[in-house]
Structure formats: C-alpha cells, structure tokens
Ligand binder design. Structure first.
Ligand SMILES: C[S@@+](CC[C@H](N)C(=O)[O-])C[C@H]1O[C@@H](n2cnc3c(N)ncnc32)[C@H](O)[C@@H]1O
Length: 240
C-alpha cells in the first residue's frame, strides 16, 4: 500500500476506534499496515464516489497454516454495513483464492467487560479443555457457585450437571437457568430441557436438593432450578 492509502486508512481506523471504544485491528495487523505490509499481506481499501475518505478497509495476512482477515467499515457509513463489508471482505477473499486458497480466520474484535475477577474461556461448557481449565481456576476456592445457562437441551444440561456439581462447595448453589421452558409453564414445544435434566440429576444424587427459598417471589425463570449442595458452607455453623 502507498503512503496516501496508509494515511487514509489510519484516519478511518482512528474514527472507528473512537466510536467503537476499541481498536479495529489487532496489534500485529496494525504493524503490518503502518509498515506498508510485509510479504503475505494485502490491504484492500473501499472508496465511494463523493467521499474523500475510504468507507471500508479489509486486511489479510498469511500465517504459517492459515490466513487472518480483519475488516472495518467507517462508522458514518454503517447504514450500508452489509454491502460495504461484503465488498471489502469479498475482495480480500479473492486475493486469498488467487494465492492458492486456504483456511481463513476472521477476527471480530468486540469489547467485553474486563475485570480482574472475570476470566473468559471460549469453548463448549462440556469440553475437556474448558472443564480442566476451570478446575485449575477454582482449585482451592472457599466458595464456588455455578450457573448453567448454555445449550438448553436436556442431555446437554444433564452432562453439565454431572460435570459441574463437583465444583460447587457445600452450602452453595448449582443454578440451572430456564427450567421454565418445555411447559413449566412456558414454551411447551421446546422439548426436554433444563427441568427434565434437573429431575434426572436429582434422581441420581442425594448431594443436592431444590431450595424453594430462592423462589420467594413465586415468579422465576428457574423453577426448581436452585439446587443447594448439602453440607455446611465453610466458615458457617449452619447445616443444610
Ligand atoms: C441463553 S444464552 C445465555 C447467555 C448468557 N448466560 C447470558 O445470560 O447472557 C445461551 C448461550 O450459550 C451458548 N452456548 C450454546 N451451546 C453451548 C455450549 N455447548 N457450550 C457453551 N456455550 C454454549 C450460546 O451461544 C448462547 O450464547
């Protein structure tokens, strides 16, 4: 890319960053751009008649085994996000195809709340990787409460209950969200869901019991879904 293009794209990225509250390109991709592009890099700038600035930008870079793709549309032109995005992404994919094709990863950076006490893990809640990472995170914790709120099919929730029940510390809770579906009393056509999973789980363990005290307002998305683990909470003299 020439210096003029780099300056124009830099201005576009600055506007997007100020509107979105985060950088539109990852650090390495940003370096690729300002250094004018290393080998295996391509920047595609979308211009439209009547505007002296680019309306969109896509960037691809070739990795060892795959390509990385990122794109941004000028915030002032996002009423036409789809066509502009499709144009620049399509042009970027054409470059990949002309270079022999391959696996393309598209990064969609979205800000998430950050806090020292929040850790994000990406993966299925029942996958071995996620579960063993969580084991490491909660090891030695005095109090652990688990909320299940992912795939609401009975079998998945039952798997989660079997896996995550051991994380919960005595006197604490395993909360199963949306036990109200499949006719309990809403969404009768859902099919076996969280409530059926809770029933099956409680039939196979005596470690937990439904705590109706958590339903003191009689209206909840989680009827019979507040499962309290038997035993005294650490540091407490009360027993369940
Ligand atoms: C009912 S939403 C709840 C999301 C979140 N708990 C909240 O309150 O905002 C269910 C979420 O679970 C995710 N999900 C579906 N299947 C999953 C799985 N096997 N493992 C982890 N998450 C899953 C979906 O992508 C969706 O974002």
């Amino acid at each position: 890319m020439g210096r003029g293009d780099i300056a124009a794209v830099s201005a576009l990225l600055a506007v997007a960053e100020s509107v979105d509250g985060h950088r539109p390109l990852g650090e390495h991709q940003w370096l690729d751009l300002v250094q004018g592009g290393r080998e295996g890099f391509a920047g595609l700038v979308a211009w439209e008649p009547g505007h002296d600035h680019p309306v969109g930008y896509a960037q691809i870079s070739r990795g060892k085994e795959s390509w990385a793709l990122e794109f941004v549309v000028d915030p002032h032109h996002r009423d036409r996000l789809e066509p502009i995005g499709a144009d620049v992404v399509g042009a970027a994919l054409d470059v990949v195809a002309n270079e022999g094709g391959g696996h393309v990863h598209m990064w969609v950076p979205k800000p998430r709340p950050e806090h020292d006490r929040i850790t994000y893990l990406t993966g299925s809640s029942t996958s071995g990787e996620v579960v063993s990472e969580l084991e490491r995170v909660v090891a030695g914790s005095e109090r652990v409460l688990v909320i299940l709120d992912s795939d609401h099919s009975r079998d998945h929730v039952l798997d989660e209950l079997r896996i995550y029940s051991r994380f919960v510390t005595p006197g604490s809770y395993l909360i199963v969200e949306d036990t109200n579906v499949n006719g309990h009393p809403v969404y009768p056509y859902h099919g076996p869901g969280p409530k059926e999973a809770v029933d099956a789980f409680l039939a196979e363990t005596s470690e937990f019991a439904t705590d109706l005290d958590c339903e003191k307002f009689y209206l909840t998305f989680n009827p019979s879904g507040y499962l309290k683990k038997r035993g005294a909470a650490s540091g407490s003299s009360a027993s369940a």
